[in-house]
Write a protein that binds this ligand. Structure first.
Ligand code: PLP
Length: 382
């Protein structure tokens, strides 16, 4: 049997725990096959209990919608600037553009691959100097489930009195100093897209700090209806609520969230153990015990001057072996759509993009699957 006859190993497949269908069935039985309903309420409560810190959560149609509605509530409008981590997926930055505002991109630091506090400060000071105005918000990202340097970022944000919107789309279950990612900022977004820690097929949530923010999020997400017997609108609204069916999947997934986190951490540990003697391959690792990544995607950096092969050569070999891997995110300051945006850089994210690869990391991955992935690397070395 050739390698190509092997079953495909995917980067990050959804995994159902078994309880999901029961919640969906309840929705059918009670005819709550509509947006909102008991599953939505239940899923929001489950998430609030899980994250703690007295947060108020609104389930939405996507993580991107959550970022959008947070920015709306932070008063972001045409001509404003919002600071955003450059090394991320485009959904972190697109909603800034939806509002006619401009992203200001900030590069990463090498330990967590997330927003550099040093460059954040530089960017804020320089934007105030150049425009006479403060940026309206700061969007740090916990990329690949690795917590950003939240103490430093929050200290700078409070010094300049700029609200923080955490992008925790990839970081459900990750912790910084014993506190869950997604509970540090004024707002945070979560994603339940198909490849995330848990899925609702597609969906997201906005983590809010007050009941008033949560109520306002629900208001905007359901077409901004004024209190009136007829349909009346004083604000521009959106259709962003999660359906009761999708939330049923989410409630079921909460039963396996801990299992998913453990599985992804186990994958990461196995890869590291099996590749520990290979020079020229390094991992994104918790810098110290303050950082507890969920290891959503185990990510490696290849130094071709040591390994003798490039990231792209490895990716193609993986593909030949029917294994899906993925380049690290292409930084936003390199994206054509954001070419005109200010950028405060140090070339870290450019190097990560050039040399980095995400390895298959789904919760249902077996140790045989991991061996197959590792063997592709070992075969290239020998
Ligand atoms: C870092 C990051 N931010 C935001 C999002 C947007 O989430 P969604 O796909 O639920 O809109 C994603 C995932 O897709 C993401 O990876």
């Amino acid at each position: 049997m050739t390698m190509n006859n092997n079953k495909r190993i995917w980067l990050s497949l959804a995994h159902m725990g078994g309880q999901e269908q029961q919640f969906i069935q309840e929705a059918f039985n009670s005819n709550w096959v509509v947006p909102l309903g008991p599953n939505v309420d239940g899923f929001e409560k489950d998430l609030e209990n899980y994250l703690g810190e007295n947060k108020h959560i609104v389930a939405l149609s996507a993580g991107t919608a959550a970022i959008h509605l947070a920015l709306v509530q932070l008063g972001v409008g045409p001509g404003d600037e919002v600071i955003c981590q450059s090394f991320t997926f485009s959904a972190s930055a697109n909603p800034i553009k939806y509002l006619g505002a401009n992203p200001v991109f900030v590069d990463s630091e090498p330990e967590t691959w997330n927003m550099s506090p040093e460059l954040l400060r530089k960017a804020i000071e320089d934007r105030i100097y150049r425009t006479g105005r403060k940026p309206k918000a700061i969007i740090p990202v916990h990329l690949y489930g690795m917590p950003a340097k939240m103490d430093e970022i929050m200290a700078i944000a409070s010094e300049f009195e700029i609200p923080v919107l955490e992008d925790a789309a990839e970081a459900l279950g990750a912790e910084y100093k014993g506190q869950k990612c997604g509970t540090f900022g004024e707002f945070a977004c979560l994603s339940f897209n198909g490849n995330k820690m848990i899925t609702t097929s597609g969906g997201g949530a906005l983590v809010c700090s007050t009941p008033e923010e949560a109520a306002m999020t629900r208001f905007y997400a359901t077409q901004a209806r004024d209190k009136a017997p007829h349909y009346q609108h004083s604000k521009v609204g959106y259709n962003y609520r999660m359906s009761n069916i999708c939330a049923g999947i989410g409630r079921g997934q909460m039963y396996v969230l801990e299992e998913h986190i453990n599985a992804r951490r186990r994958n990461h540990a196995l890869y590291r153990e099996k590749l520990k003697d290979i020079d020229g391959i390094s991992f994104l690792v918790d810098p110290n015990p303050d950082y507890q990544s969920n290891h959503w995607l185990t990510s490696i950096i290849i130094d071709p001057s040591i390994t003798g092969f490039t990231r792209e050569e490895l990716r193609l070999k993986m593909e030949e072996a029917n294994i899906e891997t993925r380049q690290l995110w292409k930084p936003m300051h390199l994206q054509p759509v954001f070419a005109d945006c200010p950028f405060y850089g140090n070339s870290i994210s450019e190097k990560l993009f050039e040399k980095g690869l995400c390895l298959p990391s789904g919760p249902a991955l077996t140790s045989e699957d991991i061996n197959r992935v590792v063997n592709v690397i070992l075969n290239l070395i020998s």
